[in-house]
Design a protein around this ligand. Structure first.
Ligand code: PEP
Ligand code: MN
Length: 341
């Protein structure tokens, strides 16, 4: 939409119309009481390149259509996308998934213990990082390929599909071999080359929102994966940076219904990284489910006090079944069944 100044002449309005028509967009001139607005229906990128802001009589150019295309529910994709992982359906409004496991794979024994506990408690999938993005380069960065092999063993025993972070394109093949869902971490949400790699691998992707990213940016990041022909994308709200420091991050619960409204992709919420402490994890998870989330991803540890990474926010294995039951009850009220096989 091009808004003309109140002083714009008829000739200036015509000049804008003519320039718009060179791109093939459909032009509608709407004279108002004070100003004239000119609607341009069609390719927004082509219009953006015309430099209309610099023309005489133009007050401002206001984009009306959304910047995200493939992730949008606005253009042609009105039906919700259902991501299917080894028989577990995520999205669509009648199912709910619970992804649980350690922040990071530390040892075989720790991972197997946690995997067995979350499976017994009714989890849909197992999470666990083998490659960890750490704020400090001196912190534990994960067991790497050895960690992925442990996760594969846990899947073989429990039957739970594995969600693990793709941190670096050089490990794409080994991640493809061992993980059922590729997580793109918050810090990599805008690593566009990595998003394209994840899109090309063709596996379901769990795309986390960047620490300081807007929802528009999250959906445009999703477009990078979708444009590679990979439709199996789940969005994840995991808390954002705000002035509030009482919680580790501020869980943006408004993001859940907003994303459900503007996108066809399933929305998962990570209460663990947002909370930073375990006593907030259940209430945040319940709130997320009530707000319409299609699933929860939560951290669990058999010895949270000894955990190498994110211990304070990890739920203890012995409390997991009760946690899952509480979350399941809210999901039931929202008309959703826990997805598991
Ligand atoms: C994680 O899930 O372990 C993780 C590092 O999350 P985020 O990228 O959201 O910080
Ligand atoms: Mn973590």
């Amino acid at each position: 939409m091009i808004v003309m100044t109140p002083q714009a002449t008829q000739a200036e309005i015509e000049a804008v119309r003519e320039r718009l028509e060179t791109t093939g967009v459909h032009v509608v001139v709407m004279p108002g009481e004070l100003t004239t607005a000119i609607g341009a229906i069609g390719d927004p990128e082509g219009v953006a390149e015309l430099g209309l802001e610099g023309m005489h009589g133009v007050d401002r150019v206001v984009p009306i259509s959304r910047p995200y295309k493939l992730a949008s529910s606005e253009l042609s994709h009105f039906e919700p996308t259902i991501v299917e992982i080894d028989g577990r359906r995520v999205g669509g409004g009648d199912t709910f998934c619970l992804i649980a496991g350690p922040c990071t794979v530390e040892t075989r024994e720790q991972t197997m213990t946690v995997a067995r506990a979350v499976q017994a408690g009714g989890a849909s999938m197992l999470r666990g990082g083998a490659f960890k993005p750490r704020t400090s380069p001196f912190a534990f960065k994960g067991l790497g390929v050895a960690g992925l092999e442990i996760l594969s063993e846990a899947r073989a025993e429990t039957g739970l599909p594995v969600v693990s972070e793709l941190l670096d394109a050089q490990y794409a093949d080994v991640m493809h071999e061992h993980a059922d869902v590729l997580q793109i971490g918050a810090r990599n949400m805008q690593n566009y080359a990595l998003l394209e790699v994840a899109g090309k691998l063709g596996k379901p992707v769990l795309l986390k929102r960047g620490l300081s990213s807007s929802l528009d940016e999250l959906l445009q990041a999703a477009d990078y994966v979708l444009k590679e022909g990979n439709e199996q994308v789940m969005l994840c709200e995991r808390g954002i940076r705000t002035f509030e420091t009482a919680t580790r991050f501020t869980l943006d619960l408004g993001a859940v219904p907003w994303l459900k409204l503007h996108s066809h992709l399933p929305v998962i919420v990570d209460p663990s990284h947002a909370a930073g402490r375990r006593d907030l994890v259940l209430p945040l998870a319940r709130a997320a489910v009530a707000a319409g989330a299609d699933g929860i991803i939560v951290e669990v540890h058999n010895e949270p006090e000894e955990a190498i990474c994110d211990g304070p926010q990890a739920l203890p294995t012995e409390g997991f079944a009760e946690y899952a039951e509480q979350v399941r009850r809210v999901a039931e009220v929202a008309g959703k069944q826990l997805t598991a096989v």
